[in-house]
Design a protein around this ligand. Structure first.
Ligand SMILES: Cc1cc2nc3c(=O)[nH]c(=O)nc-3n(C[C@H](O)[C@H](O)[C@H](O)COP(=O)(O)O)c2cc1C
Length: 325
């Protein structure tokens, strides 16, 4: 994996950052690191589907695993490595009930020793980087000292990188949904941690809304991970390789419509295999954010993409509603 790809990454988001959305992102940025959705060890080991499938073009791509049983994590990480993933990422930040009951996600913020054992075991068993996505703390465990010691131990376990969602998780008092927005952001604490751990790559995450904001964070940390803002306005990625990865300016920057049309071969292949249009077209709804008639575009797709035999023409007809080329 290119050692700078983590300068910008797509956050793992269940139900959103599936391989269709990731393929759309890749048309606009060749460099950014893409994360899969949280994939549980149970799904990988016992599930009927191939949860690890992705396209070559998605590299660099990190597989995010959720689990608490070390042997299961090892099995899944090895499988991920066989599939050619560039990185294994451990989820230590997800606050959903389902995840808590499975005893992984943010609840693991309470058990640093276990998380360090996981990282050590994964490092012993795979040759690709092992990284952790975590919060700044959980419930009453909210001191700087707590997160500092946690990270110091992860560093000793040879973790390759840490992504910090720059807020606490309040599992006792807030719903999973509230936990995404309500705990206050504390970017300063992430910057301080980076100062304390100069040799450990640290990425920052949480309510970062533009590439300009990302550049400002990159003055303090090694990488920026963006989730919702990218999902709701993916076209911002068109400038990512130039602004974040210092590529030379493109002679011709693809327009929004050109990006969507460049996605057609991928969509056609999906349809040819019996896939449904709506599974991909739902990810296009944010492509015209802040552009006149974006609403008409979204409505047309929403009203037509679920119909039997819906094909590329649904998207073409929706594009006609937008004046911009
Ligand atoms: C719909 C949704 C699903 C998410 N699923 C995951 C997940 O699978 N794994 C994970 O580590 N975080 C998950 N998150 C958290 C995001 O990765 C990210 O940490 C959070 O949204 C904050 O970043 P943002 O403000 O840039 O979106 C999810 C967030 C949302 C909104």
């Amino acid at each position: 994996m290119n050692s700078t790809s983590h300068r910008l990454s797509l956050a793992p988001m269940l139900d959103l950052t599936d391989k269709h959305f990731r393929n759309l992102c890749r048309i606009m940025s060749k460099e950014m690191l893409l994360y899969t959705e949280l994939t549980t060890t149970g799904a990988i080991i016992y599930g009927k589907n191939d949860y690890l499938a992705y396209e070559d073009i998605e590299h660099p791509i990190a597989l995010q695993l959720g689990g608490s049983n070390i042997n299961d994590l090892i099995i899944c990480a090895k499988k991920g490595e066989e599939y050619g993933y560039d990185e294994i990422n451990l989820n230590v930040g997800c606050p959903s009930d389902r995840v808590q009951n499975g005893s992984f996600g943010a609840i693991l913020m309470r058990t640093p020793a276990l998380v360090c054992d996981m990282v050590k075991s994964l490092k012993d068993n795979v040759g690709i980087p092992v990284t952790v996505k975590m919060r700044l703390g959980v419930d009453e465990l909210d001191s700087y000292e707590y997160i500092h010691n946690f990270i110091a131990n992860l560093a000793k376990a040879n973790v390759d990188e840490i992504t910090l969602h720059a807020r606490m998780a309040f599992l006792k008092t807030m719903s999973p949904k509230e936990n995404r927005d309500k705990p206050p952001l504390n970017y300063e604490r992430v910057y301080k941690l980076k100062e304390d751990f100069k040799n450990l790559p640290i990425s920052i995450n949480g309510n970062i809304n533009s590439l300009d904001e990302a550049l400002a964070h990159l003055q303090h940390v090694d990488g920026v991970m963006i989730g919702r803002a990218l999902y709701h306005n993916p076209y911002m990625l068109i400038d990512a390789d130039e602004l974040i990865f210092n590529h030379p300016a493109q002679k011709h920057k693809l327009t929004r419509k050109e990006v969507i049309r460049a996605f057609y071969p991928y969509i056609e292949e999906h349809l040819a295999k019996g896939g449904l249009l709506k599974h991909i077209s739902r990810h296009l709804l944010g492509m015209f954010t802040n552009i006149p008639n974006a609403r008409a575009f979204r409505q047309y797709i929403a009203q037509n993409h679920y119909k039997d035999n819906a094909g590329i023409e649904v998207i073409e007809n929706a594009l006609v509603l937008i004046d911009e080329d």
